[in-house]
Design a protein. Structure first.
Length: 287
């Protein structure tokens, strides 16, 4: 596959992961008890995102796509709003599965601090994730749930033949609840930590790309950023659902805060979307 073709597929593959994971998906995952959801669904999802190019960037990247989607909620094989792939273990206290995340890339023309440097590719992350249930707040079907998530993921650049870009660890605590008015919402607080290879992708400046206002810099492993995320969703009708999210990120105290590519301590990413389900199974989801 030639490079232009890979670049054309990159946003599509990233969007597929963002449909089933990420901030907007958190609110959707608690819309109804799993046992009342269909085993499978087919539909379409359109969304727009304005994201910080990378933690510490002063540029925003704006993307929008409309794509088909499929969800399957088997006992072990899952492709839903909260899991993608294998769910190995599930107990009332904890769950072990394969989690997926993604982010759009940007060229050096879009990101001023990286002018003349290689583009940031569209990144896909996947790996094992441990989820620990901490308890509920409230009673009945509208009770909120506290949970700790501990995902460890490999990061791959699908704009560059799925080249390995390193490893990430993103511990977080989140709260999810469905309100009496039919709104679902979620709030999470966490951090993302990268190994040396991943941090070099974002913050390293090789000597060949050094400029008077951008000295060479060797990135170190460690904290990438702190994250505070919130998401909101509503079932508009049986087939239509609206979702929105916002995420604040801060590189205060990060391992590479001194990189010349860090131009802003705090940044915000926002997005919203609308999904439509046109086919669903009569069979119910497995838990």
């Amino acid at each position: 596959m030639n490079p232009p073709r890979r670049r054309a597929l990159a946003p599509i593959a990233a969007a597929l992961t963002l449909l089933t994971t990420g901030p907007a998906a958190q609110a959707q995952s608690e819309e109804a008890p799993a046992s009342s959801l269909p085993l499978w669904e087919l539909g379409a999802f359109g969304f727009g995102v304005s994201q910080q190019a990378y933690p510490g960037s002063e540029e925003q990247l704006t993307r929008g796509l409309v794509l088909p989607y499929a969800q399957y909620r088997g006992r072990f094989l899952r492709a839903d709003r909260d899991t993608a792939g294998l769910r190995a273990v599930k107990t009332p206290l904890y769950e072990l599965d394969i989690g997926v995340a993604g982010s759009f890339g940007g060229s050096s023309d879009e990101i001023g601090a990286r002018r003349g440097m290689p583009a940031l590719g569209t990144l896909i992350e996947f790996g094992p994730r441990l989820k620990i249930n901490l308890g509920t707040w409230g009673e009945g079907r509208h009770a909120g749930r506290w949970r700790v998530e501990l995902p460890l993921r490999g990061v791959f650049d699908i704009s560059d033949g799925a080249a390995h870009r390193g490893m990430s660890f993103e511990p977080k605590i989140n709260f999810q609840r469905r309100s009496l008015g039919g709104w679902g919402y979620a709030v999470s607080l966490g951090a993302i930590v990268g190994d040396k290879r991943l941090n070099r992708t974002f913050y390293g400046v090789d000597p060949v790309y050094a400029l008077p206002d951008r000295p060479a810099y060797a990135a170190q492993s460690g904290l990438i950023s702190w994250r505070l995320s919130t998401s909101l969703s509503r079932q508009v009708s049986r087939d239509w659902r609206w979702v929105g999210f916002a995420r604040w990120a801060s590189v205060a105290g990060a391992a590479n805060e001194a990189s010349p590519l860090v131009k802003r301590t705090n940044g915000l990413s926002v997005g919203m979307g609308l999904s439509y389900t046109w086919l669903r199974s009569e069979a119910r989801a497995n838990e």
